[in-house]
Write a protein that binds this ligand. Structure first.
Ligand code: 9MR
Length: 667
């Protein structure tokens, strides 16, 4: 994506791009135009409510003279990055000859519209004039220092300009340093020097390192991670890491983006998405728009999930002005608005992810009517009603039920996308009341329908006599994860069909809920957490659906657990190189039937290996054993739920072994 070409004026670029567009795609665009977002809450309002910025890369031409461009820029965004106006070739085209018109224009627009500016970019191998590239080491370092001091210094007291990309794109795709003229002349020291010069010029600006293809966990992002860690260990003032995020739907979304942001955040830096765009292979289709919208949702969600992520800059906002078609022929349409400034599904996705409801619809569906019950048995009923209508379409119905013929509370027992529903699992000889309400795509709900009261039949025999109460409930053979229950059988006039096994958490309080059934007088309850107390009761059920009173209560405390306890762990080698590797994801799963609040994974490092980085868990090493305890945010796991963490390790050159013998215990 940095196959940088000679800069082509925007008008010429558009002509070239239009010439390349087929007639079919040119015709397709109006058909695909999204419904304009009516009365959508602006992105900047939504982002601010989440404590984030939402910005765009601003182009000076349309910012000066296109009303439609200016209006969206002002209304929707609270942050601007100069797309080109602050690059070296723009600000210092020849030695000590500074030109500020574009940079000042961006800053003035931002100040007038209460937006923050991110300065982009001070030291880059691209868009830097030839006179810099040809200098010897001493003169080049001096030129860099002068340039940073002058450009950063100019805006040091400007309240709008809050951050800088100090160095840009210093890595190659394998995680080595890019052999740019900077690196070839000055070695990697130019990076630390650039940060120190920037800090000297503006002690308050956030100073960032920025790159592309570092959104997921890979060799390049791991090299970035190692560099940032090492620079900060040397007190080099790196405050922030920028993840450009020039994505393309044909390459998939980096699903570990959030984890990647989190591992950088754990280094103590701010993280930000700096140049987000998601290109498609043109022409647009509804399906491609939908995929693109999903990727935008994913990117916004990744930033929202990480407190250290300060915000998101989109690399432009209208497909009318985008670098993509120039660099990738037959790709484009990467932004939130089409070439006519109409919002695309990508806009709706970003607005929605930020908490908006961009259709602006507040009209509730009509009330479903004529709710009726039929086919009532001892345990089920069929409901049907007259469908609702809605301006944006009915998405479904909530089915509500209250106990008895009066009183109690209506609570949802299911949903339906049609105008009927079958409610099963009812008790015989029992009354229930039902209502339904409709829901539309924007989340508006209708008023509730009429109420229908249903009384289930008495079961096949008309029998209403409950079984006798099971007694002498006892537990035996309790391990760290299971217990065996037995009880004395119930009797019943029409025969006992089975028993419900009920369990409550702890030694008191909580609620007894069913954890299984048995047709005999014993039950083995598995999947328990180690070192944990549970209470059990059983009740008998007959063929007519009558249930007995509950038995005595027995309290069980599981043993301390050994291997396994209430969780399991699997570890994956994500990437490896000659003398190191990343294990990610290491997936921890709650294998118990109750929630856990913490977990501990241990694993063994082969001799000579050492952990050099970690995310989403707290790792301590003792000898060859590493203990990984959950981070504060991912200790709580519902039954069957999983979380992941990751780490990086170094190893002797040529050693191909990786960490092994992973075990998980709770707590
Ligand atoms: O969008 C920018 C485009 O107008 C320029 O012609 C191009 C020149 O290299 O730079 C583009 O922006 C780049 C950004 O400055 C750094 N990351 C990659 C961006 C896309 O190439």
């Amino acid at each position: 994506m940095t196959q940088h070409r000679v800069h082509v004026p925007k008008t010429r670029r558009r002509l070239a791009a239009l010439a390349a567009v087929s007639l079919v795609s040119a015709l397709a665009v109006p058909l695909l135009s999204a419904t304009p977002a009516t009365a959508a809450t602006p992105l900047r309002t939504l982002a601010a409510a989440k404590g984030k910025f939402i910005g765009f890369a601003g182009a000076t031409g349309p910012l000066a003279d296109e009303a439609a461009y200016r209006t969206i820029a002002q209304t929707e965004f609270n942050q601007i990055t100069a797309e080109n106006a602050m690059k070296w070739e723009s600000t210092e085209p020849s030695d000590n000859n500074y030109t500020w018109s574009g940079a000042d224009q961006i800053v003035a627009f931002a100040a007038a519209n209460n937006q923050q500016v991110h300065g982009h970019t001070l030291v880059w191998h691209s868009q830097t004039p030839g006179w810099v590239q040809g200098l010897g080491a001493t003169a080049m370092r001096t030129a860099m220092q002068d340039h940073i001091a002058t450009v950063v210094g100019r805006y040091a007291n400007n309240a709008s300009l809050v951050s800088w990309d100090v160095v840009n794109e210093v890595f190659d795709e394998n995680g080595g340093f890019r052999t740019s003229f900077w690196y070839n002349t000055l070695g990697q020291s130019f990076i630390a020097d650039a940060f120190r010069y920037a800090r000297a010029a503006d002690p308050n600006a956030k100073l960032c390192i920025n790159d592309y293809n570092v959104e997921g966990i890979n060799a390049k992002s791991t090299a970035m991670y190692n560099l940032v860690q090492s620079l900060r260990a040397q007190n080099v003032p790196v405050d922030c890491v920028g993840f450009q995020s020039h994505l393309a739907t044909q390459y998939g979304f980096p699903g570990d983006m959030r984890q990647n942001l989190e591992r950088f955040a754990a280094l103590g830096v701010e993280v930000r998405i700096t140049e987000l765009d998601i290109r498609i292979q043109t022409p647009r289709t509804s399906a491609k728009d939908t995929t693109q919208a999903t990727y935008y949702t994913n990117a916004v969600n990744a930033c929202l999930a990480v407190p250290a992520c300060s915000g998101i800059t989109i690399w432009g906002f209208t497909d009318k002005y985008s670098w993509v078609p120039d660099t990738f022929p037959s790709e484009g349409a990467a932004l939130l608005y089409d070439e006519n400034y109409q919002p695309k599904p990508a806009y709706t996705a970003v607005n929605t992810a930020l908490g908006g409801s961009p259709t602006g619809d507040t009209q509730a569906p009509t009330t479903p009517s004529s709710l009726a019950a039929s086919g009532v048995t001892s345990s089920s009923v069929n409901l049907s009603w007259t469908a609702s209508t809605d301006n944006v379409g009915v998405a479904g119905y909530d089915i509500l039920r209250a106990p008895g013929t009066s009183g109690g509370t209506f609570a949802s027992v299911g949903t339906s996308t049609t105008a009927s529903f079958s409610n099963t699992g009812l008790s015989a000889n029992t009354s229930y009341r039902y209502q339904v309400r409709a829901r539309d795509a924007a989340g508006n709900t209708s008023a509730v329908s009429n109420t229908v009261t249903v009384t289930t039949t008495g079961g096949g025999t008309g029998d209403t006599q409950a079984p006798s109460t099971p007694s002498s409930l006892a537990a035996a053979g309790t391990t760290s994860s299971s217990t065996n229950l037995t009880w004395t059988a119930s009797t019943d006039n029409v025969g006992v069909t089975g028993y419900d096994i009920l369990r409550a958490p702890g030694t008191s309080g909580g609620t007894f809920t069913s954890v299984g059934t048995s047709t005999t007088t014993s039950f083995s309850n598995t999947g328990l957490s180690a070192n944990t107390s549970y209470r059990y009761q059983v009740r008998a059920r007959d063929a007519a659906g009558n249930v007995s009173a509950v038995s005595n209560t027995v309290t069980v405390t599981t043993t301390g657990g050994g291997t396994g306890g209430g969780c399991s762990v699997t570890a994956t080698v994500q990437t490896q190189w000659n003398n190191g590797y990343v294990m990610q994801p290491v997936t921890v799963t709650n294998t118990g039937t109750s929630a856990i609040s913490s977990w501990t994974v241990t694993f063994t490092l082969p001799s000579g290996h050492a952990v050099t980085g970690q995310w989403n868990a707290v790792l301590t090493t003792g000898g060859q054993t590493v203990t990984a305890k959950n981070a504060p945010h991912n200790g709580a796991l519902a039954p069957s739920a999983s979380t992941t963490f990751g780490f990086q390790a170094s190893r002797p050159n040529g050693d191909t072994a990786t960490a092994g013998t992973f075990t998980c215990t709770t707590p």
